[in-house]
Design a binder for this molecule. Structure first.
Ligand code: UGY
Ligand code: MN
Length: 266
């Protein structure tokens, strides 16, 4: 043992920490519990930690993050990216999203924003305490004759709960206008009563970014089941076999990204 001095500290590695990991990264899916996702910082933010959940390096064609914005933090100046759309959903605390020359709105838990490519905006913490925000960036796929959509600032309570499946115990909130071809992705709140799984294993070309908001369950990815609960994240690539079986006592809900409304690029 060397006698090299380190700064005084009292923290200890908890029992069971060594080598135990619920996370899995496979060719076309990843299961990401929050404790393993380390801190990044981004140049367009101050006093903000970004936890990058998925990115092209994993295989995804989009990027998704949890932003932890400390009091007084956020974007100090207007930010915009050519060709890139942004989506934000408030998980905790409060932010103000301001579009340059346009709407400005305080977004509390369940508030969300869609920003079309090239929009100049700021996102800043407001009120008291840290704001946690789920963020997503995706390159817009233009389609001939289809206009680019406008910005949306809203709250999940303003979005109706629907159920196109007819299956009992299911609820859907489509945060972006469903079936509107101007949008090339959906962000959907998927609600489940305990024990109500979807009726078949899905295997489809669309990708998903799934952030667990409430409840718990078992998630099938490929041929493996994973226990999932709030704050876990899943990336599902195209044709990843998938099914959710909700367990526990209460309703389960996750926020699901899905690329839609565009033909296959060849
Ligand atoms: O719409 C969907 O693709 C959805 N049912 N998939 C999922 O929840 N994994
Ligand atoms: Mn699916």
């Amino acid at each position: 043992m060397s006698d090299r001095p380190f700064p005084a500290a009292t923290g200890r590695v908890p029992p069971g920490a060594f080598g135990h990991n619920r996370g899995v990264v496979a060719r076309n899916y990843a299961f990401m519990p929050p404790e393993g996702v380390l801190v990044s910082r981004l140049p367009q933010f101050e006093r903000t930690i970004a936890r990058i959940l998925t990115a092209p390096v994993m295989g995804a064609r989009f990027a998704q993050y949890v932003l932890e914005i400390a009091e007084g933090g956020g974007m100090p100046a207007a930010f915009a990216e050519d060709g890139i759309q942004h989506f934000y959903y408030v998980l905790g605390g409060e932010v103000v999203l301001s579009i340059e020359g346009g709407e400005s709105r305080t977004l509390a838990v369940g508030g969300f924003a869609y920003l079309p490519p090239g929009t100049r905006f700021t996102l800043r913490q407001s009120g008291e305490g840290r704001a946690d925000v789920l963020a997503l960036r995706k390159r817009y796929e233009p389609a001939p004759g289809i206009a680019v959509p406008g910005a949306i600032l809203s709250h999940r309570d303003a979005v109706p709960m629907t159920n196109h499946t007819g299956m009992e115990g299911r609820g859907f909130q489509f945060l972006l206008p469903y079936g509107d071809m101007r949008f090339d992705f959906e962000m959907n709140l998927m609600w489940f009563k305990p024990g109500v799984c979807f009726p078949a294993v899905e295997t489809h070309v669309m990708e998903h970014g799934l952030y667990m908001l409430e409840g718990q369950g078992l998630y099938l990815l490929g041929s493996d089941w994973h226990e999932i609960w709030a704050r876990d994240f899943i990336w599902m690539g195209g044709y990843c076999p998938q099914q959710f079986y909700p367990t526990g006592q209460g309703d389960a809900c996750y926020l699901l990204y899905k690329n839609v409304n565009r033909d296959i690029a060849l």
